[in-house]
Design a protein around this ligand. Sequence first.
Ligand code: TRP
Length: 335
Amino acid sequence: MAKQRVLTGITTTGTPHLGNYVGAIRPSIEASRNESMDAFFFLADYHALIKCQDPALVRQSSKEIAATWLALGLDTDKALFYRQSDVPEITELTWVLCCNAAKGLMNRAHAYKAVVQANEQAGEDPDFAVTMGLFSYPVLMAADILMFNAGKIPVGRDQIQHVEMARDIAQRFNHNFADVFTLPEAVVDDNVAVLQGLDGRKMSKSYNNTIPLFQTEKQLRKSINKIKTNLLEPGEPKDADDSTVFQVWSAFASAEEIARMRSEFENGIAWGEAKKQLFELVNGELGQARERYNELMEDPGHIESVLRKGADRAREYSAPLMQKVREAVGISAVV
Ligand code: TRP
């Protein structure tokens, strides 16, 4: 049976946190171990430039994210792991797709529309701070996907629209020129937890409520102690379903451990004790990977060589596909 090709990108802004781990990294690495999957994972560093104009930050984040995936055991002999910017055909394809993507389609992108709306509410010009990068973001993402003929695209809900746009663009290209592209489909896993952050809202860099994945043990303990709780005393029954401590616990614990903690909540476990157990659990799952992560961060040459190897393999796909695209649109030798 033909393998199912799955592809997903990670924008290189920021330091990976527990929410990224539970929601994206852990399930992706697990999926990549499945023999029937042909996995493509990449660092979307050109996407990072849309949100971040700090070169040191983009560089640091690429290194941290690469080290994170490797430390957590991604098998890069099986999965293709590369950096978007090492595959120049992706940006080349972006231009060709730009010439096929309707501006009206881009006008409807949620991320862009949100900025315009915020500008209007603030009484600003609607285009204030809107770059062509932000506006064209879905086209670059379409190129990421279509370049490798990936059928399944695991993403969070906020990205479904972008995958649908990639599908739209592919359809239009195939219709106008030649049947070059596979039509991609977004895959949203409802079983994967959306982790709550320190303040109980979704854990996200933009809310500044994250628990970094590979901080020191001491820092991890401190972060967990900062998770917001209510004022109930030890001995008073607590509502597990209304607790971030319990929610994070559930993302790391087995079914039995979840059931046990639920009854501990009913029996009035003290917040300090619940947090202590949560720390032990999370630290137990991450401890070894943290050591590998620290070693990798000290050895950027190794990270770089893994990424380069990944790019070489990726280009075995992207170069011939780009050639097909060029020929389809009439950019080729005259003889
Ligand atoms: N835009 C995605 C995000 O912010 C990252 C991304 C870039 C991506 N290119 C992709 C995801 C291609 C899936 C496929 O989460």
